[in-house]
Ligand binder design. Sequence first.
Ligand SMILES: *Cc1c(COP(=O)(O)O)cnc(C)c1O
Length: 364
Amino acid sequence: MPTTTARIFNFSAGPAVLPVEVLEEAQQNLLSYPGVGMSILEMSHRSKTFDDIIQGCEADMRALANIPSNYKVLFLQGGASLQFSMVPMNLLPAGGSADYIITGAWSQKAAKEAKRVGAVKVAASTESENFTRVPKQNELKLDPNAAFVHMTSNNTIFGTEWQYLPDVGTVPLVSDTSSDMFSGPIDVANHALIYAGAQKNLAPAGVTIVIIREDMLQRSPASLPTMLNYTVHAENQSLYNTPPVFAIYIMRLVMTWLQKQGGLAAIDKVNRRKADKLYAEIDRTGYYRGHAQKDSRSRMNVTFRLSSEELEKKFAKEATTAGLDGLKGHRSVGGMRASIYNGFPESGIDALVDFMKEFERRNG
Ligand SMILES: *Cc1c(COP(=O)(O)O)cnc(C)c1O
């Protein structure tokens, strides 16, 4: 049987590392879910057992993130990318326009899909600075009549993260939180809709979470294709069609794990400590250069460069050999990216810092 000691440190941006305890429990229950005599993989989504799983998952999410009772939690499919379309299809009325804050490749994609549905205004963009930061409040050109404002809370590719929630007045705020949902406390009440593809910080690929304020559901046009209509999913408790049962089961285990860690404030502390260690090493001598400006640094995706692409290739290759996998950055930024989500162990940060010191010593 494989043991956890055979696991390498996985810095992948997504699908990404899951807590070992979660994988072990899933492994233990894979052939026969306790008391049922069959695998969760083989079980009806209409069964009592699965109902307990999805209800328990939602209850834990509500408790962890203090989700107010006038918000629905939806378990959907199609990834965050389908939300790029579903958000404007449901929330952008004919003749209206939406504000998009462009902070990286994912916000660009979100805006591109929204333009297929209706009018889009760019409220701010940091593209001219190669997305090294997110905008400040006074840089946002917000339209008070916008149907909604769309932001990306953590920019997975560039390694930047909002350190504050923008004030958008009474306009509904929509946030793509695919790479930092549940990495720390969430101010749900100041959002109208929060969504995330789960495969970075919450679960394996296959499930997408949408937390939506109930009044937003009134906007969904009846003419929408059924599966693209938030109201249909809300009215059917996410069981209009077969949901991704296994991904939801794992997510349920991840939520239990998060509770055991002490909740979102506690995991936030750990995430900050992990990221701070890595940024401290990046800042130590100037040998490594962080991509993100200091006041926009992500706790989840740490991006940095070396002095040449050759050295970067060497770094990635030797790191992989040393059991530090997935550090090659996205092609649009270059360099390195260490994705260090909730499930990533602190010992892996220490191992990377040691490796960085040693690499600098040998190649400085
Ligand atoms: C990964 C990612 C996406 C795309 O997610 P899919 O589930 O693959 O569609 C969108 N937004 C952000 C911020 C991401 O990190």
